[in-house]
Write a protein that binds this ligand. Structure first.
Ligand code: SF4
Length: 318
């Protein structure tokens, strides 16, 4: 049957629609169970009632069923809208709303109600704020110390690129237990995967946190499967060690929607073990590397392991 120009146009548009690009088939080692537990529902209810965003949901993390069942959630402060548009990240991009002055108390309430011994707090990028949102990280740390003083605090921050050095200095002075900033990928892939960031600026941030306060644990993460070469990953490990990073996390990149960067490779569990062995040999205090490892996956247990590893190594700042 002959089709009109309008039909042909609509058919071409629907073929071009990225939503229709088939999702890549995941190997068996990536599959996770759907979240259905009572603990999951309770964590969700609390986050909603306190008006808190989580990276678990916004980043479509595959571990959400397991983590939320155990009432482990990674809170995302400074709103749910990011000023950058990284090719791997599912968080929405746009003009964020003003900073919520009640957010620090809400984070502290969530930590208390969930009974967290360790909390991970991250944020969207806020290039629109003069300090990149550093002051809100400080307020959250202060609120947590007041409300749940025994909870250890891990922060996962943006790069504070083009912000005054005092922004990061203020966070370091508030003394989180762990300062995490992810390098995410190898420098060659920054222009396509993390175009708003600069590899060496991120590395310098990690180095400067450690220089300012050697007692704070530093941590950084890499996604693999984006087209990086093995030797490039080894070089990133060396760069992290030269910035004295304590803890390396490595996990498989998963494409959150067909509009995001493609998975170039599913890295096998055996290859993750090989990466972990090399990283340990390079001197990290702790390495977590597996297909489903994420920055905040098992963060509380890993914090305890990292502390024990430092205590077993004489002469490291404590
Ligand atoms: S791994 Fe981290 S981001 Fe993913 S569900 Fe667990 S706590 Fe949330």
């Amino acid at each position: 049957m002959a089709r009109s120009p309008a039909h042909r146009y609509l058919a071409a548009m629907s073929e071009a629609d990225p939503i229709r690009v088939p999702r890549q088939r995941k190997p068996d080692w990536i599959r996770v169970k759907a979240p259905t537990s009572a603990g999951f529902a309770e964590t969700k209810r609390l986050m909603r009632s306190l008006n808190l965003a989580t990276v678990c949901e916004e980043a479509a993390c595959p571990n959400i069923g397991e983590c939320w069942t155990k009432k482990h959630a990674t809170v995302m402060i400074l709103g749910d809208t990011c000023t950058r548009a990284c090719a791997f990240c599912n968080v929405r991009t746009g003009m964020p709303r003003p900073v919520d002055p009640l957010e620090p108390e809400h984070v502290a309430t969530a930590a208390a109600e969930l009974g967290l011994s360790h909390i991970v707090v991250t944020s969207v990028d806020r290039d629109d704020l003069p300090d990149g949102g550093a002051r809100q990280f400080v307020r959250v740390i202060e609120a947590l110390r007041r409300t749940t003083p025994s909870t250890t605090i891990e922060i996962l921050t943006p790069d504070f690129r083009n912000k005054p050095e005092s922004a990061v200095e203020a966070i370091v002075a508030a003394r989180p237990d762990v300062y995490n900033h992810n390098l995410e990928t190898v420098p060659r892939l920054y222009p396509t995967i993390r175009p708003g960031a600069r590899y060496y600026a991120s590395l310098r941030l990690l180095e400067s946190v450690k220089r300012q306060d050697p007692t704070i644990f530093t941590k950084s993460g890499l996604m693999v499967g984006l087209g990086e070469e093995r030797l490039e990953v080894h070089q990133v490990m060396d760069d992290m060690r030269s910035a004295d990073v304590d803890f390396l996390t490595m996990g498989q990149y998963l494409q959150p929607t067909p509009r995001h960067a493609r998975v170039e490779e599913f890295v096998t569990p055996a290859a993750f073990s090989a990466y972990a062995a090399i990283a340990r040999a390079k001197g990290f205090l702790l390495v977590a590397a597996s297909p489903l490892t994420r920055s905040s996956y098992h963060a509380g247990d890993d914090f305890a392991k990292m502390k024990a590893a430092r205590e077993a190594k004489p002469g490291i700042g404590r």
